[in-house]
Design a protein around this ligand. Sequence first.
Ligand code: SF4
Length: 483
Amino acid sequence: MAQTPANTRANSPAKTLAEKLWAQHTVTELDGGATLLYIDRVFLHERTGSIALKGLEAAGRKVREPGQVFCTMDHIVDTFPGRGDETRMPGGKDFIVTTRKAARAAGIHLFDIGDLNQGIVHVVSPEQGIALPGVTLVCPDSHTGTVGALGALAWGIGSTEAEHAMATKTLAVNPQKQMRVRFTGQLPFGVTAKDMVLALIGRHGAAGGVGYIVEFAGPAVEALEIEARFTLCNMAIEFGAFTGLIAPDEKTFSYVEGRPFAPKGAQWDAALAHWRELRSDADAQFDQEIVIDAASIAPQITWGTSPQHEIAVDGMIPDPAAETDTNRRKAMERALTYMDLDAGRPLAGTPIDAAFIGSCTNSRLSDLRAAAEVLRGRHVAEGIKAICVPGSSRVKAAAEAEGLDRVFTQAGFEWRESGCSMCFFAGGESFGRDERVITSTNRNFENRQGPGTRSHLASPTSVAASAIMGAITDVRTLARKDA
Ligand code: SF4
């Protein structure tokens, strides 16, 4: 038999971090190749969670361990100040009311509207210590892999799988290949984790991670604070990966300690001893390795309708004529038409209509602090609709405690309640047709932020700089003016 990384690995005692987590949670191997994995924690939100809870109830089944199941209100909730259960989405209130009723009946933890613990599921999960190093965590939401940044094995599932996980604490999962993405060197001035992961997707494609669990590693990853690591793992999903993860380190342990659902006392000591073992062995074999020099990365921005349609902010919009792959060329042509852009021109300087800072990618306190530093003492350009939506009610409160809300509002941003908001428009609110939006979110496909809306993905600091200038802007130039 030919030696491949997969079968060489199976015979090797050296394991990747993902393989260790997989083995530690294996209940049994199933016929057909899937593994039955033990699921430590389940997180729900009102859009898909209500369906799962109702399905469970209709089947006459119970949540096996309600204390390990959590639910928040984030996708459909209104984010305007003074909100209640009413939403702008027709029928949206029903999701909220149904979820609340079903969550209470099931006895699970609910982070409801008006609760300081409410927020976007992937922000709340680590904030509350629900996501922890070494756990398996699932949620009926694509970006659940965000919390892999703590060294958790976390992935998005469907509502039916959520029912299964709640009822049995197990899930059948197909084995995944192993990839490591190493960022060497140091990030240059003005470049963030968002730029790192956009650069990865731009260079290796939005399908580059399909079939893989992607471990991010290397000195530039180790240098990132925990909140920035969430951004990397969040966008692993836009790289096509099953999930992303990062080996936990001392920064991780400090971040986790004392959080409400993290272990305490003797359990903390035992957990810490276990967590310190959670890393890929030195000679572990990966099916694929990618190395990127962090020093080679500039602030990135998307020009098209896929995260892979991205360039350095000071670059030129690529010409589809130079693309040899027919499908890719057609996708580029269609994207340019949708985005109303011309190939061969600079992207910087393109006028925008709106700016959005929020989402599970970039709405944590460190994101808001960084954007506020760009905004401080400045005002968004005339006619720009600028919105900031903190990732959780706790992030919002912490930002307000240090005056960031005033920096945003004095700069001309709306300051909202927490939720997914216009990361997508299921909440019933959207940007307008043909409006060009620079956004700290993670998806830029057609109509994502509203019918006909044109979305450019970027870091929160790039969004802030562009809002001030009223056009796509290299944040480094703005920062240097203040230096
Ligand atoms: S913020 Fe956006 S990507 Fe994240 S969970 Fe909400 S809708 Fe999904």
